[in-house]
Design a protein around this ligand. Sequence first.
Ligand SMILES: Nc1ncnc2c1ncn2[C@@H]1O[C@H](COP(=O)(O)OP(=O)(O)OP(=O)(O)O)[C@@H](O)[C@H]1O
Ligand SMILES: [Mg+2]
Length: 288
Amino acid sequence: MAESRREIVVAKNLGFKYSGAKKTAIQGIDLSIGVGEFILLTGPSGCGKTSLCRCLNGLIPNFYQGEWTGQLHVDGLDITTQPTSELSRKIGYVFQNPENQLFALTVEKDVAFGPENLGYSRDEIRKRVNEAMKITGTLALKELAPYELSGGQQQRVALAGVLAMKPSIIVLDEPTSFLDPHTAEDVMGAADDLRRELGLTIVVVEHRLDLVARYAERIIVMDGGRIVADGNLEEVLDEQFDTLEGLGVGVPRVSLLWSMLRRDGLLKGKVPTHVEDAASALSGMMTH
Ligand SMILES: Nc1ncnc2c1ncn2[C@@H]1O[C@H](COP(=O)(O)OP(=O)(O)OP(=O)(O)O)[C@@H](O)[C@H]1O
Ligand SMILES: [Mg+2]
């Protein structure tokens, strides 16, 4: 697998300090993300997750002023020299606050905005808008104005707008903060379907690991602007559970329960990352 891995994100010693800020927001970030990975990015509030996402889509340094260090390439583009218009074709970004992202008169126009700006034909635009709205379950909202939507609906419309661009990587910054658990699962599931069907790369910032554990193979944990853990989700949960808990990362409840029982010697084996895993491990133990 290693030799066929194509990198879509390569960061070398990446750092950024917002102008006027006392501390660097992110520092010493070395990161390589392969095409088609589903990555969970987490860590305590203020640790630099959104700032790293802003680097990935070029808002830093094109929009936010400050001191940049190191290098960052996304899908072959040097982030520091590409105009944001070029970057927006390839890198889809769903903001932490979706109302910052929606500005057209209707939902449908909003979703069409990106492809229209890329100069596609009317047919192509209609096709992309329809597909994106179908996947995100927003077709019924198309005549509404963005301000008439709930937070969760806004998040889904923002995701539709990003999907209509058919980017090669999608960065979702806490995309489920306004969603009920069921809808949040649906959005994560839709993102995962896209990854498998279209070979998209997905980076999701999320505090609640429960929601993403089923889909993400890899977890990146930040603290104080740095990456403090990076690896296979199951392995990191199994081997660095105490570190994650210490940082206040919202570890899956089933992993927490398992690790407590394991500490007390009542259970053995790897910490499961979601309920189905735990169920099959337990039923395996019971039938032996
Ligand atoms: N526009 C800005 N100007 C100056 N400093 C900023 C700006 N945005 C973020 N920061 C600072 O950068 C650091 C990292 O913030 P960032 O928003 O990246 O954290 P985060 O991990 O996304 O937090 P949260 O989980 O609360 O969203 C913080 O110290 C924050 O105060
Ligand atoms: Mg943030």
